[in-house]
Ligand binder design. Sequence first.
Ligand code: CA
Length: 233
Amino acid sequence: METKSKVLIVEDEKNIAMLLSFNLKRAGFDTDTAEDGEAGLKKALTGQYAIVLLDIMLPKLDGFAVLRGIRMRSDVPVIMVTARDDEKDKIMGLDNGADDYITKPFSMSEVIARIRANIRRSRDELVNGGKEKGGILSVRGLSIDPERYIARRDDVELELSKKEYDLLYFLMENAGKPFSREELLDRVWGYGDFIGDAGTVDVTVSRLRKKLEADPAAPEYLFTKRGVGYYIQ
Ligand code: CA
């Protein structure tokens, strides 16, 4: 029998922590909680968790500081849980190495679906050793080396977040073919039909363009196909 995946809930609001813990247990997970950032970081680094749910506004260390601390030493998937629904927070979280974010108030079924999707993705990557075994892909001056997890433009290494890298790899692997935001959520983020937030794709595309394109307003690589979606050419 497979052991249960353990979820670390870092949340200072006791009611929310209890609600999450109760529902996650009912959905078949083990849970553990930490009530402040310091305790959360310490626990997250023990290596016993399949995933971390990380609140942003926390005593002692805020969620961003906790995330940076985790990323220095661990690849455990992290979902940021934020009460502040503005894009800066989302982008900051994703840039600092968060795998996903959820905005309060959230629905429990969405939280559970996202947790499952992120755990599944991280397992796939472990099993497949960074998921792709293929060789270097390139489109003109743009290249990506899946073995070393490096993307370059004109021989300059691009500093991409994990999701930016995954998106770029997927589009380059399928160069010339446009994908809708929903398809990208499914194929790159691993979400099912009902948990999609297509804005996530737009935010990531916009970040990627800033790093990739000489002029993000006039892309040379990552194009928008109007009414369809995005593609690399
Ligand atoms: Ca809080």
